[in-house]
Design a binder for this molecule. Structure first.
Ligand SMILES: O=C(O)CCC(=O)C(=O)O
Ligand SMILES: [Mn+2]
Length: 207
């Protein structure tokens, strides 16, 4: 049987960070490199990637990456004035959502997938604090493809942290992280390879 996760051996030690006001943990080798490479190729080819626009100063501006919003049918997501209906689960993404939930013992029922063609593509400072995600969202982030730097900064103090998000890594942004910190994926012009990131989230099904 192909082994998909390193969760049963030494390579899957968590890195802890003593961040004030937030709990985060990183497993740099959560997936095997074989699984991480095959996932990247399959998802790049199979998903309906779109380059969405956001409104800035009254104008539609294309975001510098491609995205897919996926999840359970009730998981509608409002982002920068637009409501996104979820794509149905792609089987490998669904399997990964279940593995992440089981590993972290947290529920996840939707995911934002981001595809960065190269180091020119990026994501600016933000927190994942949309109303649908509740008061203090817990986000799990899996990275595939190119190694990229990921930065966090406190909202009210001059505290910053930079991490390396290696292919196959799992980052848990838990309690406090979205309330008290911002994060971004900066440009890295020397990076020429694509990177794919999946941020698993949870939206309550309110009848
Ligand atoms: O690509 C990343 O690592 C960051 C993605 C992110 O912050 C998001 O999807 O909200
Ligand atoms: Mn985010």
């Amino acid at each position: 049987m192909t082994r998909l996760l390193h969760s049963d051996n030494q390579q899957c030690q968590a890195q802890q960070f003593n961040l004030p006001d937030a709990s985060i943990r990183l497993w740099p080798n959560w997936l095997t490199s074989q699984h991480s490479t095959s996932m990247l190729l399959a998802l790049q080819q199979q998903l309906p990637w779109s380059q969405d626009s956001i409104m800035m100063f009254g104008k539609a501006v294309k975001i510098p990456r491609r995205q897919v919003w996926m999840g359970d049918a009730h998981c509608r997501y409002r982002y920068s004035g637009t409501c996104f209906e979820p794509q149905p689960w792609q089987p490998q993404v669904k399997a990964m959502a279940e593995q992440v939930s089981a590993f972290l013992r947290r529920p996840f029922n939707c995911v934002l997938l981001n595809l960065y063609a190269d180091g020119q593509q990026h994501m600016g400072w933000h927190a994942d604090n949309e109303k649908e995600l509740g008061h203090d969202p817990v986000i799990a982030s899996v990275s595939l493809g190119a190694n990229r730097r990921f930065e966090l900064k406190h909202r009210h103090h001059p505290w910053q942290l930079a991490l390396d998000l290696t292919p196959g890594s799992l980052l848990l942004m838990a309690e406090g992280c979205q309330l008290n910190w911002l994060h971004r994926l900066p440009k890295q012009t020397k990076v020429q390879q694509p990177r794919l990131n999946l941020t698993f989230r949870y939206i309550k099904n309110v009848p």
